[in-house]
Design a protein around this ligand. Structure first.
Ligand code: PMP
Length: 360
């Protein structure tokens, strides 16, 4: 069967073995005579899926027992609101590092909830780099510091995390969770929409230190309260059962592959192929991100003019490459090379870039 050379930014490519397993189990999940999406979320079968998925994530990311894993809905965008609703205490401040569109959105939502400020920003440089730890200014009364570990649109990524912070660190990891080992103890809370590295859209993973579960504002609607979801093992209401099942299949694939260390190796290899094509092009391609802040997940680059960019994108599409246009807010090109994008597809793209350069 012909599969696309999929470089979409999210929803994005999924591991073929996970798709094949879902297909095989579609009509009759584990002898139940039902598809997963036909199972009751209170059934033994689904409770097992829920537990197994959590355990896989706990093992893959070495999540200590002091952290609760939640499977929620509403995307990473709802976390922009839930984080301040649950963690920003009355009379205190939420601090945000702006590294792109998604952190701007997170800040905007926090400002609707309470007092939220900018602790550092690379906006003046068109978000080409990640500010260094010494540039981050956290007001003394802060409840937490929020960062976006990978900037999907601009193609930058944090390669070292600010340490010994006086406040809890909160991170949007939507576009790089599971792409590399994680020292969770540096964080109070992380969240990620699933549709890039984890599975299909519809489920959002939140990993929260248990100490932070008691900070919620009084009177918070139940669905917006982390404590409510934690107390009911993410089964307070009907969860997105199919998305969680798929998350399980993707995590099983990651485990069989050798875990996050192995994935990180592969991701480095894949990203190097594309950055080499950019760096060795003699200025034909220009990377958007500064070298030290380059993302291993989203490779962003421009060509010298609009006509050449259009020709590149057109020819790429004709050759079967999907999703290479940059985000509408920045233009240019972007190749998203999440965990499940096969190395050989990235090799094909790097060859295509080299051939297109030599022809033009
Ligand atoms: N944060 C980041 C880093 C993202 O890349 C995205 C989506 N592309 C979002 C948040 C928003 O996610 P969702 O669509 O799940 O709300």
């Amino acid at each position: 069967m012909k599969r696309a050379l999929n470089f979409n930014a999210g929803p994005a490519a999924l591991p073929e073995s996970a798709l094949a397993k879902a297909e095989k189990e579609m009509m009759n999940y584990q002898g139940s005579g039902m598809a997963v999406m036909e199972l009751s979320h209170r059934s033994k079968e689904f409770e097992e899926i829920n537990e197994r998925t959590k355990n896989l994530l706990r093992n893959l990311l070495t999540i200590p027992d002091e952290y609760e894993i939640l499977f929620l809905q509403g995307g990473a965008s709802l976390q922009f609101s839930m984080v301040p609703m649950n963690l920003l205490e009355e009379g205190s401040i939420a601090s945000y590092v702006l590294t792109g569109t998604w952190s701007e959105k997170a800040l905007k939502e926090a400002q609707k909830v309470g007092n939220a400020v900018i602790a550092a920003s690379s906006k003046n440089a068109n978000y080409r780099f990640i500010p260094s730890s010494s540039e981050i200014d956290i007001p003394a009364e802060s409840s937490y510091l929020h960062i976006t570990t990978n900037n999907t649109i601009y193609g930058t990524q944090w390669h070292s995390i600010p340490e010994n912070l006086p406040v809890s660190l909160v991170a949007d990891m939507s576009s790089d969770i599971l792409s590399r080992p994680l020292n969770l103890s540096a964080y109070g809370l992380i969240y990620a929409g699933a549709q890039k590295n984890l599975g299909p859209s519809g489920v959002t993973v939140v990993i929260i230190h248990k100490d932070l579960l008691n900070r919620s504002r009084p009177g918070l609607p139940s669905m917006l309260d982390y404590r409510v979801h934690a107390d009911s093992q993410s089964l307070y209401n009907t969860p997105p059962t199919l998305s969680i099942y798929f998350l399980m299949l993707v995590l099983q694939w990651a485990e069989e592959l050798g875990g996050v260390k192995q994935l990180e190796q592969l991701n480095k290899q894949k990203a190097a192929l594309l950055y080499d094509a950019v760096d060795s092009s003699g200025g034909f391609y220009t990377g958007h991100a500064e070298e030290k802040s380059r993302s291993l997940m989203n490779v962003t680059f421009t060509l010298n003019n609009e006509d050449l960019t259009s020709a590149f994108l057109h020819e790429a599409e004709e050759s079967g490459f999907i999703g290479l246009a940059g985000h509408r807010s920045v233009g240019g090109c972007r190749a998203s090379i999440y965990n499940a994008v096969p190395l050989e597809n990235v090799e094909k793209l790097s060859d295509f870039m080299n051939v297109f350069r030599s022809k033009n």
